[in-house]
Design a protein around this ligand. Structure first.
Ligand code: ARG
Length: 461
């Protein structure tokens, strides 16, 4: 049998393989709330503009509400023969209210309908992600306050570079996540134009009011060009690219948790709730959640890459290629949401081994830069010379098999006569981090100031 929705000119139904490749209901059933909200807004507008009678509109709207209740209750049967969410809903509406259901699709097409539904979905997803990012940020800020004075090695090239505070390190992620939230909220602003009423591609001859539907659905305005309205998938590309950057940040942090929780580092311990054991090695505590967060970027960036390639070279306006947008986008947005939740859980439960961090921070001549800075400040040496002299001091310590703090004043004088005993004050990791008070530097005092700033930004107080 040919399709009831569009099969007037067809004498046979689709091949089974055609049905399989064509149907999207297997994934776009997720859009049911948005689809029904869009239909209700459209129906109300059709009544207000006199295109539909109020009676028909009333029965359409109460029918849609009962379809919504059925889907919510899990009693709705989705049919693959009906292709997608739009036709599943409309077909059930017809079963419930009869012929008036057929009037709902006046002045609309599935092309503007799907673009509207998907925008509404992505808008909600963005709102959820931003809230989840803020929650993770708050978790990091509160840990940063506790760890404002905790000293750890700062790395470049994964080699110990200079001591930093752990709180400062955590706040670095708060900054990154702040940019992520701001990118998502920018994407939301550009997204918020309503495609509904663009119809198939050219607009419609009916006297519709697109401002009314845009307004009812919480959009800022109707999209100004009907061809663009049905062809545009920028909104999901933008959301996926912001999601990818956020997932990169989570992946970097996850990698640090994996490294830090290893026996060799021992800086942190992930809680039992976020670790797994090995079925053969009883001693193991594996950081699986962190590893999976580290990996999710693969799927999320994969979705962006897939969709950008799907869109490349598509002529205006709608092509069925665009149906490929949803499945991967749902997966990517879900993956980011789950990663944020897992990261928030791990950060909240994390046990910090301050002694291990301190010992690691003190190893490897990590305060050598402080000596060079002292020579510049106290002896008025040009920095390049001070760097050279400090290199000789490090070599001497290495030769004597001690740390910089183990060198005597005679040792220092042997390298440069101008050094005096005041140098001993600047050799500890504590004095090193405390001295880094330049704006944005790692000093504990700065960490507390920045943590307080973020707290007030995030809580609006
Ligand atoms: N299921 C389709 C999609 O997701 C809806 C739009 C179909 N439009 C059409 N003219 N076939 O893109």
């Amino acid at each position: 049998m040919s399709n009831k929705m569009w099969g007037g000119r067809f004498s046979s139904g689709p091949d089974a393989i055609m049905e399989e490749i064509n149907a999207s209901i297997g994934f776009d059933h997720r859009l049911f709330k948005q689809d029904i909200a869009g239909s209700i807004a459209h129906a109300n507008m059709l009544a207000q503009t006199g295109i539909l009678t109020q009676d028909d509109t009333d029965s359409i709207i109460s029918g849609l509400q009962s379809v919504l209740a059925e889907i919510d209750a899990g009693t709705f049967t989705f049919s693959r023969a009906l292709e997608d969410i739009h036709m599943n809903v409309e077909s059930r509406l017809r079963e419930q209210i009869g012929d008036a259901a057929g009037r709902l699709h006046t002045a609309r097409s599935r092309n503007d309908q799907v673009a509207t539904d998907f925008k509404l979905y992505v808008r909600d997803a963005i709102d959820t992600l931003i809230a989840q990012i803020n929650t993770l940020q708050l978790g990091l800020v509160s840990r940063a306050e506790d760890e404002a004075e905790t000293i750890m090695p700062g790395f470049t090239h994964l080699q110990s570079a200079q001591p930093v505070t752990f709180g400062h390190h955590l706040l670095a992620y708060v900054e990154m996540l702040g940019r992520d939230a701001s990118r998502l909220s920018d994407a939301r602003k550009r997204l918020n134009e309503c495609p509904l009423g663009a119809a198939a591609l050219a607009g419609t001859s009916f006297p519709i009011d697109r401002h009314m539907t845009a307004n009812a659905l919480g959009f800022d305005r109707p999209a100004a060009n009907s061809l663009d309205a049905v062809s545009d998938r920028d909104f999901i590309l933008e959301a996926l690219s912001a999601a990818s950057i956020c997932a990169v940040h989570l992946s970097r942090f996850a990698e640090e948790l994996v490294i830090w929780s290893s026996a060799q580092f021992g800086f942190v311990r992930l809680s039992d709730k976020y670790s797994t054991g090995s079925s053969i090695m009883p001693q193991k505590r594996n950081p699986d959640a962190a590893e999976l967060v580290r990996a999710k970027i693969g799927r999320i960036l994969g979705a962006l890459t897939s969709l950008i390639v799907v869109m490349k070279g598509l002529p205006l306006a709608y092509s069925k290629d665009m149906q490929e947008d949803k499945e991967i986008a749902f997966d990517a947005l879900d993956s980011l949401s789950l990663s944020l939740a897992a990261m928030t859980g791990m950060v909240g439960d994390l046990k910090v081994n301050r002694d291990r961090m301190h010992a690691a921070a003190s190893a490897g001549f990590s305060t050598a830069t402080d000596i060079a800075d002292w020579l510049v400040r106290e002896v008025n040496m040009p920095f390049r010379d001070a760097h050279h002299v400090t290199g000789q001091i490090v070599a001497l310590a290495e030769q004597k098999n001690c740390g910089l703090e183990g060198l005597t004043i005679e040792d220092f004088k042997q390298v440069d006569q101008r050094i005096d005993s005041r140098i001993h004050k600047i050799l500890s990791v504590e004095s090193s981090v405390a001295s880094r008070q330049s704006y944005g530097g790692t000093a504990p005092a700065n960490v507390l100031t920045q943590a307080a700033r973020w707290k007030s930004v995030l809580t609006g107080q």
